[in-house]
Design a protein around this ligand. Structure first.
Ligand SMILES: Nc1nc2c(ncn2[C@@H]2O[C@H](COP(=O)(O)OP(=O)(O)OP(=O)(O)O)[C@@H](O)[C@H]2O)c(=O)[nH]1
Ligand SMILES: [Mg+2]
Length: 258
């Protein structure tokens, strides 16, 4: 029997220098039941990941590629992917890393839960059954602290609000003003979780085992960690009038750029 999301799910895979991982990942995603489509958002990777994606897409109508001129950040890659998914009428729009930290097989559990009626489903390391394998202790500490701070400073309830393994129902992405999301990098994930909770959507988490990448290099750096901290403080003060004014100005200028 075909799953109920048959041909309705788009998986956004942002890439920057993932040539060792991408061909295998695309093959595994396209082998999943339900004809999930994949959108690679590549930022002109110097290692030729974009050309690899094009070669796969040329032979498989379920693989799509968006090319951007340079490294513009993970958050804006997600946003470009969301727009593509909405324009092409997908009902479930998922995101995952290209580096096999998020297992393609676990995607089915996220989609199942979304079909149950959850507006956003997160593949979570921090619910019972979730785990992290192979990450250095410092990396684990940073991830754990970012979540703890998000819970403490912003009152976010989602256990793993920094996870990039997600399945958004279409309604969420139609409702949240994507132009008002200020973060262009990794803190985009915290900011989205915050706004989605504030908007009253139903968020579910399914346990996943996050496996540290074995191929290619991480793109997260110290600046992204500082930005995440700034994002927490900015969202905490977002009730202040000047912050609302800045947000409105930012949203207007993003709309003009599109
Ligand atoms: N298009 C695009 N993709 C990016 C950018 N930065 C990172 N990525 C991709 O986003 C995904 C997550 O990046 P990673 O470097 O794996 O970051 P991470 O998973 O938080 O960190 P690690 O655990 O160290 O791997 C990967 O598929 C990257 O190739 C970017 O600026 N643009
Ligand atoms: Mg990764």
């Amino acid at each position: 029997m075909s799953p109920s999301w048959q041909s309705q799910a788009l998986i956004i895979v942002p890439t920057y220098n993932e040539r060792e991982n991408l061909p295998r990942l695309l093959a595994q995603l396209r082998d999943l039941p339900g004809d999930v489509h994949v959108l690679v958002v590549d930022d002109n990777s110097p290692d030729g990941t974009g050309a690899i994606a094009d070669a796969v897409a040329a032979c498989d109508p379920g693989v799509h590629v968006l090319h951007r001129p340079g490294k513009l950040g993970l958050g804006t890659a997600y946003r470009a992917g969301f727009r593509y998914g909405l324009q092409h009428d997908f009902q479930y729009i998922c995101t995952m890393d290209a580096d096999f930290s998020h297992s393609p097989a676990s995607l089915l559990a996220l989609l199942d839960k979304a079909v149950e009626g959850y507006d956003l489903v997160i593949g979570s390391r921090y619910v019972p059954g979730g785990a992290i394998v192979g990450s250095p202790p410092l990396r684990k500490l940073i991830s754990y602290s970012a979540n703890w701070l998000a819970h403490t400073i912003l009152g976010i309830h989602t256990h793993d609000c920094t996870a990039g393994f997600r399945c958004y129902g279409r309604a969420v992405l139609e409702t949240i003003d994507l132009d008002s999301i200020f973060s262009s990098g990794y803190s985009f994930l915290i900011e989205m979780a915050f706004h989605i909770e504030q908007a009253g959507f139903r968020i579910g988490e399914v346990p996943i085992t996050f496996v540290n990448r074995t191929e290619g290099a991480s793109k997260i750096n110290k600046l992204e960690i500082v930005k995440a901290f700034y994002t927490l403080l900015r969202l905490r003060t977002s009730a202040l009038p000047w912050e609302r004014m800045m947000a409105a100005y930012h949203s207007r200028s993003m709309k003009l750029k599109d």
